[in-house]
Design a binder for this molecule. Structure first.
Ligand code: IMP
Length: 442
């Protein structure tokens, strides 16, 4: 009954798609448990690039059950477009299941997301404007519309009316927008219902069946722990919980169903949108790293902010997720630096030092990284496949991170291709790692 959770250990965009894709090879099911199409996973297979926003990366493995869990917020337009694109590229989509209890992103959620950000002006969060926050807000207010409602015209209409009533004032600027017309909206969503109907199911029970019959189930997180609405850099966060514990809530399983928790982190750090980022770089170094790492958003195309790896934050996210393994991505991007820096503490206002991730917003906003410098490496590492292929300085860098964070590094990604990966000795014996570990490491 192994259950493995894969989460982002930084601010999202860590390369979870690739890690999930690798582990999905052996998995029987891949389940998404939170977030929506604010996420974007890029997977490169057989020189083809796939960009998925809602559908679990497992869909590219024929026969793997793919589940959109109850904790996800679903924009049915995006989902049906994504299904069309997969179908067009001859991917079998029959294994997709969508929780009847997942909440739907409605046209007014998109409008409210735009309007909310515009109103915040300089204080804006920099959301992806996909309606995520307003949708989760309606869920909490018990005004949400769920996937199951797509299948019943009367209920759908009634719920839309109830959801719109308290928003009348804030939606006034959009009063003439045809997307808000009750009849049009109902018909549009009923059409999505027809298209999606055969994928809609009680996915909680489905996941139980998988676990109870000993299948390997991956729970695929979106975003990253530092964007968690409870544990991240609030209010500059997303509106769900990207931490591992949310896999239980967002898929309907208990903590005992989880055997391993893999945290994915880049070999450096990036962040999209506003909010504190203690190790942020600017100037030429930032431009070079952004360019080399292709650090532009999959979902919005925005240039990402970049910085050195933040081990204070990483040790914190390792703890709140109970990480059992770290997957470190994009090591190749750091090749060519004379020295590499790792942030091991923060310096605050008036020289205060912080060794733990500060809970206080003001402290965090003023925190800047203090660093240890380690030797860099000039070698191209994109062809490395075993730990011993890596330059000594790169191995030293990995060892420093694993020891500081207190979590073993199970795999290192050295390029976008799915073969560009180094399985480490530490992955042997892990449920998610054993099969892929190089023969020499067994
Ligand atoms: P929202 O999730 O669209 O409400 O955006 C809230 C914050 O989370 C913004 O700073 C976004 O840039 C960030 N965010 C949301 N999804 C992702 C993601 O998949 N990767 C990185 N940042 C994200």
């Amino acid at each position: 009954m192994p259950g493995i959770v894969i989460v982002g250990a930084q601010w999202g965009d860590e390369g979870k798609g690739k890690v999930t894709d690798l582990l999905a090879e052996r998995a029987d099911a891949v389940v998404r448990f939170q977030g929506g199409n604010n996420a974007g996973h890029t997977i490169v297979r057989n020189s083809q690039t796939w960009k998925l926003h809602l559908i679990p990366s497992g869909i590219l493995h024929a026969g793997t059950l793919c589940v959109i869990g109850n904790g996800v917020v679903v924009d049915p337009k995006v989902l049906t477009d994504e299904l069309d694109e997969l179908r067009r590229r001859r991917v079998d989509i029959e294994s997709l299941r969508i929780s009847a209890n997942a909440h739907l992103i409605m046209p007014y959620h998109l409008m409210l997301d735009h309007a909310g950000e515009a109103k915040l002006g300089k204080l804006q969060i920099g959301t992806t404007r996909r309606g995520i926050g307003p949708c989760y807000a309606d869920k909490a207010a018990r005004l949400g519309i769920r996937v199951q409602d797509l299948l019943d015209e009367k209920i759908l209409k009634k719920k839309i009316v109830a959801a719109l009533e308290p928003k009348r004032l804030s939606l006034r600027p959009f009063a003439k927008d045809p997307r808000l017309d009750l009849q049009t909206m109902t018909e549009e969503y009923l059409t999505y219902g027809h298209v999606l109907e055969r994928h809609i199911q009680d996915t909680t029970r489905l996941v139980h069946e998988q676990l109870d019959s000993g299948q390997l189930v991956l729970f695929e997180g979106a975003q990253g722990a530092l964007l968690d609405i409870d544990h991240g850099t609030y209010p500059f966060v997303t509106s769900s919980n990207p931490v591992a514990g949310a896999a239980c809530v967002g898929a309907g399983v208990g903590p005992k169903d989880i055997d391993e928790v893999w945290g994915v982190a880049k070999a450096y750090a990036t962040r999209v949108g506003a909010g504190p980022f203690p190790t942020e770089l600017d100037g030429q170094m930032a431009d070079d790293l952004r360019q080399k790492g292709g650090e532009y958003g999959t979902t919005t195309g925005r240039a990402r902010r970049v910085g050195w790896i933040d081990l204070v934050a990483l040790r914190y996210t390792a703890r709140i997720n109970s990480l059992t393994a770290l997957a470190l991505t994009k090591l190749d991007v750091l090749s060519g630096q004379d020295r590499v820096r790792v942030c091991t503490r923060y310096r605050g206002a008036e020289g205060a030092e912080f060794y733990d991730f500060p809970y206080h917003q003001t402290v965090l906003h003023h925190a800047v990284g203090d660093y240890e410098e380690l030797p860099g490496w000039s070698e191209d590492v994109t062809e490395c496949r075993e730990e011993s292929d890596l330059p000594a300085a790169a191995r030293e860098y990995l060892q420093y991170i694993a020891e500081f964070v207190g979590v073993p590094i199970s795999l290192v990604s050295v390029g976008a291709g799915r073969d560009q990966v180094v399985w480490t000795q530490a992955s042997v014996g892990m449920v998610g790692g054993a099969a892929q570990a190089p023969a020499g490491a067994q």
